[in-house]
Design a protein around this ligand. Structure first.
Ligand code: SAM
Length: 447
């Protein structure tokens, strides 16, 4: 069999796409290898969200050029968001690339690779294409947890973001297709699915008849053998009372919600074109906590957006404290070509972005530590998903609120089990605990 080496950058959607590509190529006698020097085909699945992500890809392509010089038959391909957005730069800065294709062309990857094998010039395929559900996937030992794409694209047009240009319009997969995929995954041992979309909570409004994520939760919940449902990533603008009710009422939906804030300042939110205010975001948080008091909230924050003053930034810090997030992903604003914010006059210096990022991380450290501390002494429900990185016989898993818990399995439990663990130690990035027999007082147990 010919050998394929896949390098994946960026979000969960890219991980999902890479898995599909490996599966599709497998059907055409390509097997995965971890060793790029053994590969006949190297594919880089790329991310264009920040400049840093792009620079990583260009520098990797530079390294691969050397490998290709010693192995002229090697095919190097670039797929994903950068392929879609930066095909010109790609061909200019990485002339050795044989194949460039965007996510709409993934279903045709085998044909594109064949063309690249025989064609002298670079094969470029970055046009729009109908949405196709691909269920082929790479062979893998663990299928306990799986991503399932439920929609593609984004129509929000936030002024900082390239996604509408890399992933196209919002297009949802029909519920029946999603349910068939999930049933198949569960049949292979999957116990937890994460429903993916760029704005997953806008799911279904483009379908005929229209539906929504709340309705999808109810239907996925009925899949026997499935234990947990997660979803990401949501936009506060599309967070409806029906979705909040479904989070409360659908037993398998976990008490974890990633709700990107981006900024705590109304002035900045408006310039970002986010479609909500600080007050509206807080209203949503309060509604979520009323419905689900133990819910863990995580978020994305951008520091140094054009025109962000110290006062605006202080408002972001205050929001992080007020909401009490379990996790915060902090990003320094990156000027993306073709986006409205890139043209805004009052760009912020890198040194100021770096200083604000450091201050934000200090506040985040304090806030998330306080959230973790409340778990000390409590019993939590854990889906055991592997061996702990350290410690003989130690197992590891995640709570429904997405915390990593390590504990001594003592031969009494196995990977794939759902167990209850009392938290005895709270560490910066994980919890430690001991198995308990009774789930009665467990926090965030499946009801
Ligand atoms: N759909 C989500 C939303 O807007 O609510 C965003 C998903 S995006 C793939 C992940 C995160 O990357 C965003 O939430 C944002 O914080 C960050 N991001 C996007 N564009 C950025 C930029 N130009 N500079 C810095 N961070 C950016």
């Amino acid at each position: 069999m010919a050998k394929l080496h896949l390098i994946t950058y960026g979000c969960q959607m890219n991980e999902y796409d890479s898995d599909r590509v490996a599966g599709l190529l497998r059907e055409h006698a390509w097997e995965l290898t971890d060793d790029e020097t053994q590969a006949d085909l190297i594919l880089l699945n790329t991310c264009a969200i920040r400049e840093k992500a792009e620079e990583k890809v260009f520098s990797r392509l530079g390294e691969l050029r050397k490998l290709k010089a010693s192995r002229p038959d090697l095919i190097v391909g670039v797929m994903g968001c950068m392929a879609q957005l930066r095909q010109g730069a790609m061909l200019e800065r990485a002339p050795g690339v044989d194949l460039v294709f965007g996510s709409p062309a993934i279903s045709r990857v085998a044909e594109l690779v064949e063309r690249a094998r025989h064609q002298r010039a670079t094969v470029v395929e970055t046009g729009e294409a109908p949405l196709v559900k691909i269920t082929a996937k790479a062979p893998s030992a663990s299928r306990l947890k799986s991503f399932v794409t439920v929609m593609e694209g984004c129509e929000k047009h936030c002024t900082f973001c390239v996604v509408p240009r890399t992933r196209g319009r919002e297009r949802s997969h029909p519920p029946e297709t999603i349910l068939a995929e999930i049933r198949g995954l569960v049949g292979e041992g999957c116990r937890e699915v994460t429903l993916l979309g760029q704005t997953v909570n806008a799911y279904g409004r483009d379908l005929t008849p229209p539906t929504d994520l709340a309705e999808l939760f109810h239907r996925v919940n009925d899949v026997e053998g499935l234990e947990r449902i997660r979803f990401t990533t949501s936009n506060p603008y599309n967070l409806t009372p029906a979705l909040i009710r479904a989070m409360r009422d659908v037993p398998k939906v976990c008490e974890w919600f990633h709700l990107p804030l981006q900024s705590g300042s109304d002035r900045v939110l408006e310039r970002m074109n986010r479609g909500y205010t600080r007050a509206r975001y807080l209203e949503l948080v309060d509604a979520l906590r009323d419905a689900e008091p133990e819910i863990a909230l995580s978020t994305d924050v951008i520091v140094g957006f054009p025109g962000e003053t110290e006062g605006d930034f202080e408002e972001t810090l205050a929001m992080v404290e007020r909401v009490g997030y379990d996790n915060v992903f902090a990003f320094r604003y990156s000027r993306r070509p073709g986006t409205p914010a890139a043209e805004m006059p009052d760009q912020i210096e890198d040194a100021i972005k770096a200083r604000r990022n450091t201050r934000l991380l200090e506040v985040v450290g304090r806030v998330t530590a306080a959230r973790s501390a409340r778990l000390h002494g409590r019993a939590v429900e854990v889906l055991v998903d592997g061996r702990a990185k350290k410690g003989e016989g130690e197992l590891s898993g995640r709570t429904r609120c997405n915390r990593v818990v390590n504990f001594d399995g003592r031969g009494r439990t196995a990977i794939g089990d759902v167990v209850h663990v009392r938290v005895t130690e709270v560490l910066p990035h994980s919890l430690r605990g001991t198995l308990v027999a009774s789930p009665e007082e467990a926090l965030c147990s499946s009801r």
